[in-house]
Design a protein around this ligand. Structure first.
Ligand code: KG4
Ligand code: ZN
Length: 345
C-alpha cells in the first residue's frame, strides 16, 4: 500500500533477542525502522546473555520507539495499532516488548496485535519503501527461514496461512555459523565474519560431511562436530593456520552449510511443485546463500526473492508488516496476552 493512501499507521516492536527495534509503517510502507543492537554488551560473553538482553531492552525501548515516531513524522495519536513480537525468543527480552506494547495500546486505546517472529521474517518480503512499487512473491511460495534459532522451510499460501514443511532436528543454520566462528576464535555473532573471511577463500578446499536426513528436515549437529575435530587436527598440524588459511576454512564451512540448505530447497520444489522461492531471517544476509539461490533460480527456472539486508536480521518493520496483515483481518491480541519463548508457527 502506498504511503499516501489511507492505510493505517502501525507501530511495530521487536525485542525477542538482542535487538531492540521499533518501526512505523503505513500499510506495508516502512516510514521508519530503528534498531538498537546489543553487540558490545554480549560480545565479551561469546553469546547473548538473556538477563543482560532484558536490561538493555528496558533501557532502550522508550528512546527507540520515540525515534521511530520522530523519523516517521507520525504522532502517537495517529497510530491505529501496536504490533509486537510475542515469541519465539528469550522470555525476559520478550516481556519488555510485550509489556510496553500493552501499556501503549491501553494508553492510546488502540488494538494490540501479537506477531510470531518467524512469520514476521517471512512477511518481510511484503515491505516497501515510500515511493517504491512493491515486488512481492506470488502465492503459494516456499520460504527458507534461516535465523540464529530456526531453520525452516515454510509453505506460504497467503499472508496468514503458513505451514512449516521442514525444519532442523538439532542446531539452526545461524547457530552453526556462530559455533563454527567460535571454534575459530572469532567473536559473536560469527555468521557475518565467516561470510567476510570467506570472500577471499576457496570453498572447495575442505570437504565436510553432508547429513543424510530424509525428507525436508535438516540436521547440522554432525557438521558442527566434524568441524570441531577438523580444526583441532588442523591446529596440531599447522598451528598458524588462522593466519594462513582462515579464508579457505571459512569459505569451505560456509559452502557446506549453503549446500545443505540448497539441497533441501530443491527437494521441497520437487515435492510441492512450487517454484517461487524466498529466503528470510538473519542467515539470508549471507552472500554465498544469496548467490547460490540466485544461480539455482536461473538454472531451475524459479522466481527467487531475497530480502534487502536491513530486513534479513531482526527488525521491527517486519513485525509491523506482519501486524498490518493481522490488523486488516481483525485478528487482535487479548489484553492479557503473554509472551511465548516457544511459539507454534
Ligand atoms: O534472524 P536473526 O537476526 O535473529 C534470530 O532470530 O535468531 O538471525 C541471527 C543469525 C545469527 O546466527 C547470525 O550469525 C546470522 O543470523 N547471520 C549470518 C549473516 N548475518 C547474520 N550468518 C551468515 N552470514 C551472514 N552474513
Ligand atoms: Zn529473527
Amino acid at each position: 500500500m502506498p504511503a499516501h493512501s489511507n492505510a493505517p499507521f502501525i507501530l511495530g516492536i521487536e525485542s525477542s533477542c538482542d535487538e531492540t527495534s521499533a518501526a512505523v509503517l503505513q500499510g506495508r510502507t516502512v516510514l521508519s525502522n530503528v534498531i538498537a543492537n546489543q553487540l558490545l554488551i554480549h560480545r565479551k560473553h561469546g553469546g547473548v546473555v538473556p538477563e543482560l538482553a532484558s536490561r538493555a531492552h528496558q533501557q532502550k525501548i522508550i528512546p527507540v520507539v520515540e525515534e521511530a515516531l520522530t523519523i516517521a513524522n507520525v504522532t502517537k495519536k495517529q497510530l491505529s495499532a501496536v504490533a509486537f513480537t510475542r515469541g519465539p525468543g528469550l522470555m525476559g527480552a520478550l516481556l519488555v516488548g510485550v509489556s510496553f506494547a500493552k501499556a501503549l495500546s491501553i494508553a492510546l486505546d488502540i488494538p494490540l496485535v501479537d506477531v510470531n517472529h518467524m512469520q514476521g521474517h517471512v512477511l518481510a518480503h511484503f515491505l516497501t519503501k515510500p515511493g517504491d512499487q512493491a515486488v512481492t512473491p506470488s502465492f503459494p511460495f516456499l520460504c527458507l527461514t534461516v535465523s540464529g534459532g530456526h531453520t525452516q522451510i515454510v509453505r506460504v499460501d497467503s499472508p496468514l496461512e503458513m505451514h512449516v514443511i521442514g525444519e532442523t532436528m538439532d542446531d539452526a543454520a545461524g547457530e552453526t555459523f556462530d559455533k563454527a566462528a567460535k571454534i575459530l576464535g572469532l567473536p559473536y555473532p560469527g555468521g557475518p565474519l565467516i561470510d567476510q573471511h570467506a570472500h577471499h577463500g576457496n570453498p572447495e578446499r575442505y570437504r565436510f560431511p553432508h547429513p543424510k536426513v530424509p525428507g525436508l528436515n535438516f540436521s547440522f549437529s554432525g557438521l558442527k562436530t566434524a568441524f570441531l575435530y577438523f580444526i583441532r587436527d588442523l591446529e596440531q598440524r599447522e598451528p598458524d593456520f588462522r593466519t594462513t588459511q582462515l579464508a579457505d576454512v571459512c569459505a569451505s564451512i560456509q559452502h557446506s552449510i549453503v549446500q545443505i540448505l540448497l539441497d533441501k530447497i530443491k527437494l521441497a520444489v520437487h515435492q510441492t511443485g512450487i517454484r517461487t522461492i524466498a529466503i528470510a531471517g538473519g542467515v539470508s544476509a549471507n552472500s554465498a546463500l544469496r548467490a547460490a539461490l540466485l544461480s539455482a533460480g536461473e538454472q531451475e527456472g524459479w522466481s527467487v526473492f531475497i530480502p534487502p539486508f536491513e530486513y534479513c536480521t531482526d527488525n521491527a518493520a517486519m513485525i509491523a508488516g506482519a501486524g498490518s496483515f493481522l490488523f486488516e483481518a481483525g485478528r487482535f491480541a487479548e489484553p492479557d496476552v503473554a509472551p511465548l519463548a516457544r511459539m507454534p508457527f
